[in-house]
Design a protein around this ligand. Structure first.
Ligand SMILES: C[S@@+](CC[C@H](N)C(=O)[O-])C[C@H]1O[C@@H](n2cnc3c(N)ncnc32)[C@H](O)[C@@H]1O
Length: 217
């Protein structure tokens, strides 16, 4: 007789480890109340962040909102030495958007604040808050190296500005995770990623979660 399938409850219908317990179970319980990112997408970001710990460079997140995914990145980074988590957002909601390319509007996601996010994500010296408008908040960071960049800014110009600045600073083997690439609410995000990578060697890997992942060659 065939042995019962190990971890049978996690086959829904395919193996879905983000439904399980363990370290990720406690992480997702901490993240979910403060995040728009679903557990399967947090799992993708989590597994890539675990790998990025072994690369040179810092962890970056562009698009923090209430700090949910940033809490997970801070936890994964906590026991690495010399890495920083750099967090970029207005912390006051969406800036001006492009009505021809975006469905989001200025002021969306304004129900947050830098103080509230800082209280959740932490005040350690290696967690750096860059509050203000992207790309202005990239100024002065031209010599940085980046191991993983979570780009969750939803609109065309913001995603494009992130690609332009981060790509040359992403280390070989480092990761871009574009959260909103495949979402019907964010057509500008996909347009920005596709136009940026059209002349690059990397080809965005589109996932059924809605994310797109790029591994820097
Ligand atoms: C979908 S939310 C981020 C979600 C978050 N990662 C989570 O865990 O729920 C998108 C965020 O991008 C920010 N954003 C978009 N464009 C920006 C820009 N040019 N400068 C700063 N923040 C920007 C908005 O303020 C908003 O907080």
């Amino acid at each position: 007789m065939r042995k019962e399938l190990p971890d049978k409850a996690l086959y829904q219908p395919l193996f879905s480890p983000w439904l399980g317990g363990g370290e990720f179970g406690s992480i997702i319980s901490m993240v979910s109340p403060y995040s728009l990112v679903s557990p399967d997408r947090v799992w993708i970001l989590y597994t890539l962040a675990l790998q990025a710990r072994h690369l040179a460079g810092d962890f970056w997140e562009c698009g923090v909102y209430k700090g949910g995914t940033a809490m997970m990145l801070a936890k994964v980074m906590a026991d690495t030495s010399g890495k920083r988590l750099c967090l970029f957002d207005t912390f006051e909601g969406m800036p001006e958007t492009d009505p021809d390319r975006d469905y989001h509007r200025k002021g969306d996601f304004s129900d947050t604040s830098l103080n509230a996010v800082r209280a959740r994500v932490g005040n350690a010296a290696n967690i750096v808050y860059h509050s203000g408008f992207i790309p202005d908040t990239f100024q002065g960071l031209e010599n940085e190296q980046i191991a993983i960049a979570h780009v969750d800014v939803d609109i065309y110009q913001s995603v494009l500005d992130c690609c332009n600045f981060i790509y040359p600073r992403l280390v070989g083997g480092g990761f871009f995770v574009f959260d909103d690439y495949g979402f019907p609410s964010c057509p500008g995000a996909r347009l920005a990623v596709d136009s940026f990578f059209a002349d690059k060697r990397e080809c965005p890997l589109v996932l059924p979660t809605g994310q797109a992942v790029v591994v820097k060659i």
